[in-house]
Design a protein around this ligand. Sequence first.
Ligand SMILES: Cc1cc2nc3c(=O)[nH]c(=O)nc-3n(C[C@H](O)[C@H](O)[C@H](O)COP(=O)(O)O)c2cc1C
Ligand code: SF4
Ligand code: SF4
Length: 395
Amino acid sequence: MLRMYFFSGTGNARNVARWMVDAWRRRGQDAEAFDLGKPGGPLVDIGPDDVVGLASPTHGFNFPPITLAFLFAFPRAPRRNRVLILNTRAGLRLFGLCLPGLSGVAQLLAALVFLLKGYRVVGMRPIDLPSNWISIHPGLREDNVRILHERCEAVTRRFADRLLDGRRDYRALFDLIQDLLIAPIALGYYFAGRFLFAKSFIASRDCDACGVCVQQCPLEAVRLVDGRPFWSWRCESCMHCMNRCPRRAIETGHGFLAVSLALLYVALAVLVYPALRPVVPVLADEGFAGQALRFVLENVLMLSSVFLGYRLLHSAMRFRVVERLATLTSLTHFAFWRRYRAPRAPTPGPVACDEVVAEPGGPDPGHVPVGQALHGGNFQNLNDSPRDEYSLPLP
Ligand SMILES: Cc1cc2nc3c(=O)[nH]c(=O)nc-3n(C[C@H](O)[C@H](O)[C@H](O)COP(=O)(O)O)c2cc1C
Ligand code: SF4
Ligand code: SF4
């Protein structure tokens, strides 16, 4: 049986898990998908003949902390079980060209952990589905979303077929050198960057306190404080809430971040360094020790000031002038800054391939192309949960 574990913010990795399960079932083999983002997490029970699959987005050149925590807690292999790893990345389409994302250490770290736990890694594949990082760029246009999904579905199914034929696929290792070169950024994102992005979300006056973001967050990272959503440091910027808010009220506080960082660097230059250098002379050193110390100091101060500033901003947002300033200096507020939600892949076929009768020259009955899924259709959920509803029309 294929046990396909997945975490997904906006539906890409979920679709990959569905395509894998579908490919397995169409060869008459058992397969099931398990969502790491569900309350309580999935039940992990690996039998001696099970194949383990993991699909998750790449965050900051690594897997997000929720996936890493799951990985580190994963049980040892009962019998050198096979493992396949899929990381969805930021695929883009510019001037008709499909551009890949960057995996960093995501695949390498996951493979290492599985190897140390006694598994045999037989497949490692990045899947370049549309980028969902709308804090830093607008969501892709609907036609590009559709094209990238169709390409990635074909890639994922080919990958599944190769593994089902008993072969191996290590496509992820083609990027080994670039992945190792950007590994230090993965560390920086893990220890600092992700907290900065967690504290970048604000809710505009369009928020009606419906609580959808609170209920659907897989990490219980949002709560309503004084009737307004407050994002805690637990947020992993999976982008689910921002893309799902029924009022499109969640914004990235670009203006807030810019002002906080500018004030911080002025304070560092004018107050902190002049005061500290006489006491800690190594801070003025241009060697490794000086640079490392400045790096740690600046990041600690950056996170502390953003945390503090975020609390103040949250309280001050009740004043119309502050709310308007914070909202109107956010790029995500403007209509051209599209949101992103993956079109939902169809429910994996419940029947074996040879039970499905194809019409000569007609479409494959076991497979509904994702382009069709975009425009509706009869797609049930694998598991019932509000987080499964990725199929609303793209805004
Ligand atoms: C906070 C954040 C960090 C990201 N970092 C990376 C990255 O390092 N490399 C990359 O290729 N894509 C990156 N992406 C893009 C996502 O990995 C990509 O869109 C993925 O397919 C989303 O999958 P999901 O819909 O299952 O959440 C990032 C997205 C977010 C929100
Ligand atoms: S989902 Fe949107 S409207 Fe509802 S509480 Fe969250 S921010 Fe407000
Ligand atoms: S608060 Fe939003 S972006 Fe952050 S983890 Fe929860 S759903 Fe994802």
